[in-house]
Unconditional design. Structure first.
Length: 285
């Protein structure tokens, strides 16, 4: 029970819904101009988790008036065939965004496939051109999960300028782009990872903590400064098989000023930012 809890919850589900209403309006405005925004989602093989993710993305598009193509391929699809398909979609004027669901089967070089996507259609923001644009502060597609975290901070009117933000995790899809986005908003950023010594001494100095590790209880109440904002990106299962994050929610919510729950936090924001990126791509055509 959290009866003594004082952290305010940042409700990702509610915020995602609000943002999706705007996506729906923008999609309708584009259709009125004769442009139907279109997203192609490529799925190779039958990974059960990937199938769920892909289905959710396709449904989110349908709910928002975005045309989507689910491009399913058998697990033995060759790399050359996949590259050829990406090329076809690059040249298809009805498609504004292309997403390749990861992981790909091991015989396919995922990096090569992502690099084959036209940067103008890279709505996942994983292409090196997108990563480079974020790095140098130029317009480009931001990876959806850290982008969603930034929207959550914006939703509480949080001023990052001069604050110390600590990102735990340095993956190319979450931790690193997260750190760059926080830096762009004038936070002082520390990036922690598996080789970080004395994580607690660092997180205790943080005004904002983003946990993106993929391990339960990476962040506990004794590691958090009172009043800090805690964003939990992690998606794990507890002993009962229930979805949980990286943060000990019950404990940390006694100390933090704001906290995102799992489920209902960052998760719903990720797909929403994919829709936003797709709309941005369609509006640029
Ligand atoms: P990842 O590629 O596995 O990266 C995990 C990072 O955590 C690595 O940088 C790793 O350090 C670091 N790490 C591992 N153990 C650590 C420890 N004990 N202390 C500090 N850092 C540690 O994972 P990811 O793709 O970034 O995803 C992270 C989590 O977010 C996962 O649970 C994933 O499911 C979740 N996720 C959620 C969403 C969403 O929409 N909600 C989207 C994407 C990801 P090294 O670099 O040194 O190995």
């Amino acid at each position: 029970m959290n009866s003594g809890s004082h952290a305010k919850i940042i409700d990702g589900k509610a915020l995602a819904e609000e943002l999706r209403q705007n996506v729906t309006l923008r999609a309708a405005a584009l259709r009125a101009r004769g442009i139907t925004p279109g997203l192609a989602v490529i799925l190779v093989g039958d990974n059960p988790a990937s199938q769920v993710y892909v289905r959710n993305k396709v449904k989110a598009c349908a709910d928002s008036g975005i045309h989507s193509v689910l491009d399913r391929h058998p697990a033995d699809l060759t790399e050359a065939m996949l590259l050829a398909r990406v090329q076809e979609l690059n040249n298809d004027p009805a498609i504004h965004g292309i997403l390749v669901q990861l992981p790909l089967p091991s015989h396919i070089d995922a990096h090569k496939v992502i690099e084959a996507i036209s940067p103008a259609k890279d709505v996942d923001g994983f292409h090196v051109a997108s990563a480079g644009a974020l790095m140098v502060g130029q317009p480009g597609f931001w990876p959806c999960t850290p982008y969603g975290c930034m929207k959550m901070l914006e939703s509480i009117g949080y001023e990052l300028r001069g604050k110390h933000a600590v990102v735990i995790g340095r993956s190319n899809i979450v931790g690193k782009p997260m750190a760059l986005m926080l830096l762009q908003k004038n936070a002082t950023v520390t990036v922690c990872h598996s080789a970080t010594a004395n994580l607690k001494s660092i997180t205790l100095q943080a005004d904002v903590i983003v946990a993106a590790v993929g391990k339960r209880n990476v962040l506990t109440a004794d590691m958090v400064k009172p009043g800090a904002v805690v964003i939990d990106v992690g998606m794990n299962r507890d002993d009962a098989g229930k979805l949980c994050g990286d943060v000990d929610f019950a404990g940390v919510s006694q100390v933090a000023g704001y906290i995102t729950p799992v489920p209902g936090g960052v998760g719903p924001m990720t797909i929403t930012m994919l829709l936003v990126n797709t709309l941005d791509a369609a509006e640029r055509t």
